[in-house]
Write a protein that binds this ligand. Structure first.
Ligand code: FES
Ligand SMILES: [Fe+2]
Length: 332
């Protein structure tokens, strides 16, 4: 099902689809907004992104290989460059002409924050901006990109929500978190829209590297905000001054499955290995994934479709703005 994911407005935004390192010597199959795509490294600074279907006999180009900056179809070896133009038809011999219709739709791709971002139409906005990436006191950590069997809308709603901490995250950091959520005051967070709050977090062994503390419980000053359509940024500041910034990206593959790409920035001295630092984040992500994979379908965006309470204010505002971005529902 792609009724939601295929909305044309979503094609005008950048979506993270893969780790940048995955676009290398082998073509990579990705699915974005209901479209199957092949991604490969066409040159040092060029990523190729084409529809993953050969115009000759419709074989998936992602099952082929990369040669000379082109992707080569696995079936009869036709080669396509990053513009989608066919460069070689081996059966036609050296002097054979390439049929002019032998082209594949090509899309824009950029590399940012260690991820491949794809936009399927004229971009309406640049990819979201994380200022810590330019700050030399922060290092960046790129965990793997996963597929969740959950709607991207449900993921964003979850990432904006702190009322689930003591329940979904009881086994990780949420065991010490208060169930009551103080009044949510929404505002600008430097290009992101959201709120600030404080959390008393359990500090399990798996989290000691992330918090840089061994106490049973740690205090976190946090903020969480969004940019449309599906990016969330969360910041954590521990009492020691240590900051841990998370970019949480939900990319619809289709209505019911999504990429979960997250990136971490920390202002530490990099003495703790990256894998140790993100152990807690991976555990927390698994807890969210297990919850959301139990909830079928996309999140209803209509104003009164769901029951909301004060703690849901950020999600209510994100849904209102997403409705605006999508425009009035088409008739029928
Ligand atoms: S199907 Fe791709 S070259 Fe024939
Ligand atoms: Fe969560």
């Amino acid at each position: 099902m792609t009724a939601f994911a295929a909305h044309p407005a979503l094609r005008r935004y950048w979506h993270a689809v893969a780790p940048a390192v995955a676009a290398a010597d082998e073509p990579l199959a990705v699915r974005l907004l209901g479209e199957d795509l092949v991604v490969w490294r066409a040159g040092p600074d060029t990523l190729g992104v084409l529809r993953d279907r050969c115009p000759h006999r419709e074989a998936p180009l992602s099952a082929g290989r990369v040669d000379g900056g082109c992707v080569e179809c696995p079936y009869h070896g036709w080669r396509f460059d990053a513009s989608g133009a066919c460069r070689l038809v081996p059966s036609a011999g050296g002097g054979g002409a390439v049929p002019s219709r032998a082209a594949v739709p090509a899309y824009r791709a950029v590399e940012r924050y260690g991820l491949v971002w794809v936009c399927l139409d004229e971009p309406a906005a640049p990819p979201p901006s994380v200022p810590e990436d330019d700050d030399p006191s922060f290092r960046r950590i790129n965990p793997p990109v996963d597929v969740w069997r959950a709607a991207a809308t449900r993921m964003v709603d979850n990432f904006l929500d702190i009322a689930h901490f003591p329940f979904v995250h009881r086994a990780s950091f949420g065991g010490a978190a208060a169930a009551e959520v103080p009044a949510v005051e929404l505002g600008d967070l430097g290009g992101w829209f959201g709120y600030r709050y404080a959390v008393t977090a359990a500090n399990p062994e798996a989290g000691a590297a992330a918090s840089g503390a061994s106490a049973a419980v740690v205090h976190r000053e946090m903020s969480t905000g969004f940019t449309l359509p599906f990016a969330v940024r969360s910041t954590i500041r521990y009492d020691s001054g240590l900051q841990h910034v998370l970019l949480l990206l939900s990319t619809p593959r289709d209505d019911e499955s999504s990429y979960f790409a997250f990136v971490v920035w920390r202002n530490d001295d990099a003495s703790v290995p990256a894998e140790e630092v993100i152990r807690l984040d991976l555990l927390i992500g698994e807890e969210d994934r297990r919850m959301l994979e139990r909830v079928p379908g996309t999140l209803a965006l209509e104003r009164n479709a769901l029951v909301n309470v004060q703690a849901d204010r950020a999600s209510v505002e994100w849904r209102r703005r997403l409705r605006e971005l999508l425009g009035p529902p088409s008739g029928g």
